[in-house]
Write a protein that binds this ligand. Structure first.
Ligand SMILES: Nc1nc2c(c(=O)[nH]1)N[C@H]1C(S)=C(S)[C@@H](COP(=O)(O)O)O[C@H]1N2
Ligand SMILES: [Mo]
Length: 444
């Protein structure tokens, strides 16, 4: 068992992979003991009520002063980069065993089941590398802007950091997120079904600032190409109106310089658009008059339709949501109240509403949206639920401010078939069994 913080609301966290029945029983017993202690410590009123009848539950635990209440704590950690508590070690990005042959061309998934709010801590950000990651010396890194411009320029990092700076919060979702579920139920936990999404605050320069600076061709410059400096030669076309709208050349993430895995020292931020266009280790921007149809636009990142043809240049991540707790692999240990929580997002703007069903889509209730609700950014939702101990199917359905409603998996398949990899934004269903185990199911 990985050591992992017990989640609020009496939910046993999903371990990596599956537990057998014997392990679940062991967890249940251990967890019950923990709960009794936790309640005694937390509930003053509860403790008071119990105390009226004599000694209250957990009395000895709360009265016995632990070492940390008596001794001297650690000195300031001033010279070291801060790390999470040792008790949080179980919460990590994870690779899906067997998904790819080499880890340099692979994915690590963010542990959505154990995260709070909307910001992804940098150390839990998902990763997708086509040719491994690098820690590039910023003093030697350069960005060239060229093509249909009056004056081609090469920028150093120092040059870029002198330019007018902006900070924005946005989600990044790999187009292949939830791609395993096109055919049938494929993976056990929300980490593996939806963990190729993250959401951070980015700081950098508007791409339009650079395009203006170089004097891009306003008449014929209809597209820009972005290219990365790693061996994957990642290259993606971005239409000029989008490039001028909210695209950023970012050097910082969550208040510090980008992490190497996420493109240090420079990456493109293309709000609302699939992750592949967020070119890392950005070294070149070219202005042109037509799409480039590079390998990452002609061979990969295309959607195979039922009639055998491919859709190309499908880049926007449509409105989507998922309940992150309770979710696949977790176990509800008791009947009673739960705060059901999840994430919603739309590549077209803001999330307007999220509805949650506990009976497989027959009845829906509207969830509470936590602020801030920002455009092309994750939105946290919460809803009250009292579990009566009977089987349940939990779903969430998001609606964005264009009025678009997140589809059911069969509605999506009716249009797209089952052979796509990318852009699966279907409603996710989690089945809760009588014994409280939560698993991945598809409901039609
Ligand atoms: N240079 C470069 N940029 C890249 C990639 C890459 O392999 N090399 N992968 C792309 C893909 S497919 C995704 S989903 C995102 C992942 O970003 P992250 O690793 O910061 O999560 O980066 C994109 N940009
Ligand atoms: Mo991706």
């Amino acid at each position: 068992m990985p050591s992992q913080r017990p989640l609020p609301g009496r939910i046993q966290p999903a371990p990596e992979g599956f537990l057998d029945a014997r392990q679940i029983e062991a967890v249940r017993k251990g967890r019950r003991g923990f709960l009794k202690r936790a309640f005694a410590a937390a509930g003053g009123a509860m403790a008071g009520a119990a105390a009226a009848q004599g000694a209250f539950k957990g009395e000895s635990e709360i009265l016995e002063l632990p070492e940390h209440s008596r001794g001297l704590g650690q000195p300031v950690a001033a010279r070291a980069y801060g790390l999470p508590s040792q008790f949080e070690k179980g919460l990590q990005r994870r690779e899906s065993p067997g998904l790819t042959r080499v880890s340099a061309a692979s994915v690590s998934f963010a542990p959505l089941q154990g995260m709070f709010g909307i910001i992804t801590p940098s150390g839990l950000h998902f990763e997708r590398h086509h040719q491994g990651w690098w820690d590039i010396d910023p003093a030697r890194h350069r960005l060239m802007v060229m093509g249909m411009v009056k004056e081609a320029r090469v920028y150093t990092m120092d040059d870029l950091m002198r330019l007018p700076s902006i900070s924005r919060m946005h989600f990044i979702e790999c187009g292949a997120n939830t791609g395993m579920e096109w055919g049938n139920v494929a993976v056990p936990t929300v980490q593996y079904s939806h963990g190729m999404i993250s959401c951070c605050e980015y700081t950098g320069v508007r791409l339009s600032t650079l395009l203006d600076h170089c004097g891009y061709d306003r008449k014929n410059g209809k597209f820009v190409l972005a290219e990365g400096a790693d061996g994957s030669s990642m290259t993606r076309t971005i239409p000029m109106d989008r490039a001028l709208d909210d695209v950023m050349v970012a050097y910082a993430m969550n208040g510090e310089m980008l992490r190497p895995e996420n493109g240090y020292p420079l990456r493109l931020v293309v709000p609302g658009v699939q992750g592949v266009s967020w070119v890392k280790y950005l070294r070149r921007i070219e202005v042109g008059d037509e799409e480039w149809a590079t390998k990452d636009e002609a061979v990969h990142y295309i959607d195979l339709m039922p009639d055998g043809r491919h859709r190309q240049y499908t880049s926007i991540q449509e409105c989507k949501s998922v309940v992150t707790s309770p979710s696949g692999g977790q176990t509800l240990l008791d009947k009673g109240y739960y705060n059901v929580t999840g994430l919603a997002w739309s590549g077209r703007g803001k999330v307007k509403r999220v509805d949650v069903s506990f009976d497989g889509g027959r009845n829906w209730r509207t969830a509470r949206l936590e602020g801030p609700v920002l455009s092309k950014c994750l939105t946290r939702f919460n809803i009250d639920w009292t579990w009566d101990g009977r089987p349940a199917v939990i779903q969430s359905r998001a609606i964005d401010d264009t009025g678009y409603v997140q589809p059911k998996i069969n509605q999506l398949r009716a249009v797209r078939g089952t052979r796509s990899i990318y852009h699966n934004n279907a409603i996710q269903s989690w089945k809760v069994s009588e014994t409280g185990e939560v698993g991945n199911v598809q409901v039609f």
